[in-house]
Design a protein around this ligand. Structure first.
Ligand code: PLP
Length: 377
């Protein structure tokens, strides 16, 4: 049995007619760039996130740098984040004109370790961007406490955590602003590129609405230098249909994670993801940790089972951030995880049979590896 990493076709099959009708409506009203379909989605998404506002933008990367710009962060400032994220988190900081400063992560949740935060703060620090990696939120209470005490802003990178919760509060609703990506493979995915910033602060909301549209308050009246970071009307319409499915999809992901855990949780040679007591994990990515990860991945590929690595090179070791001169050994937890992480197939339509196939192949490879090791000794 072949098992794909992700199956968007299966995901769209059941709602295809509703999506086509929504797209037709956009075409008939020619509301392609921003406009009423985006506005309706913004209302629905703010309600979903338990925030006052949502602003639709072009991508998750746009969301991050617009949130930074709207918070007045730029040249000469420092923003603290983690090196185990998609590059966009650090990239948005750099493009805003500020400098990223990294801290290591908690080895159980793989999210920002609040204990390391204080030591990274300097007089230039303006903001903290915790990343809710793989669908699990960072430990927000201590992060917010430090931010309040040191007068820093918190911008949540919630690009992998649509619907995740921390002590009953939704991802994106705790910090000053929360940033989402609707890249097609995310838990809530558009049919193209899209993103959003959620916030309870009317000033941040207003600034983002202006900045995403060339700094215009009224047509051809530019109060700020912004950019074109509008959301497409078609994406707004599609996302509005798909948002209704999000809770059901997240529940399916959680049930798949339980099944993986039942089968793999007791192996001594593989670490399954742990859900922190403080929250609800929405398993955007189901990453296990294993020594000999590359061999396991090759064995799975040979059996038709797709997998991923999130992410093979931590941001501080990327060529693009060579100028920071942060060598190997700077962030031991992140670096070790980068060598051991293997992301298994995870999407709402995954079947128990597919999960059992993945588990069977993992067990058989790891037992073989163990007996080969025993022979060599
Ligand atoms: C996907 C992602 C982004 C970027 O989102 P895009 O929509 O691809 O620009 C940023 N941060 C994290 C953690 C992501 O997973």
């Amino acid at each position: 049995m072949r098992v794909p990493f992700l199956d968007l076709n299966a995901h769209h099959h059941a709602i295809q007619d509703e999506i086509l009708a929504a797209i037709r409506e956009v075409i008939e009203s020619s509301a392609f760039a921003g406009g009423p379909f985006v506005a309706k989605f913004e209302e629905d998404f703010a309600a979903y996130c338990h925030t006052r506002f949502a602003a639709g933008v072009g991508s998750g990367t746009d969301a991050l740098w617009l949130a930074l710009m709207a918070c007045g962060i730029g040249a000469g400032d420092e923003v603290i984040t983690v090196p185990n994220s998609f590059l966009a988190t650090a990239e948005a900081i750099s493009v805003s004109g500020a400098a990223p400063v990294f801290v290591d992560v908690n080895p159980q949740t793989y999210t920002m370790d609040p204990e390391l935060l204080e030591a990274a703060i300097t007089p230039r620090t303006k903001a903290i961007i915790p990343v809710h990696l793989f669908g699990q939120m960072a430990d927000m209470d201590p992060i917010m406490e430090i931010a309040r005490r040191r007068k820093l802003l918190v911008i949540e990178d919630a690009c992998q955590a649509h619907g995740a919760e921390y002590k009953g509060r939704r991802a994106g609703s705790i910090g000053h602003a929360g940033c989402f990506s609707f890249y097609p493979g995310k838990n809530l995915g558009a049919m193209g590129e899209a993103g959003a910033v959620v916030t309870n602060d009317p000033a941040v909301q207003e600034k983002i609405r202006v900045l995403r549209d060339h700094g215009q308050r009224a047509k051809y009246h530019h109060s700020h230098i912004g950019w074109n970071a509008r959301m497409d009307g078609i994406q707004g319409a599609v996302l509005r249909v798909k948002l209704k499915e999000l809770d059901r999809s997240n529940a399916a992901r959680r049930s798949h994670a339980r099944l993986y855990e039942n089968h793999l949780g007791n192996r001594g040679d593989l670490i399954t993801p742990k859900e922190a007591e403080y929250g609800t994990h929405v398993y955007h990515v189901y990453a296990v940790r294993v020594k000999g990860r590359d061999q396991l991945q090759r064995a799975l590929t040979d059996r038709g089972i797709a997998s991923g690595i999130h992410y093979p090179i931590p941001i501080h070791l990327q060529e693009a951030y060579g100028h920071l001169k942060l060598g190997r050994g700077s962030f031991p937890v992140v670096e070790r995880c980068a060598e051991e992480f293997l992301s298994l197939p995870m999407f709402p339509e995954l079947t128990p049979e597919q999960i059992e196939t993945v588990v069977r192949e993992i067990n058989s490879h790891l037992s073989l590896a163990k007996s080969a090791h025993a022979c060599a000794v």
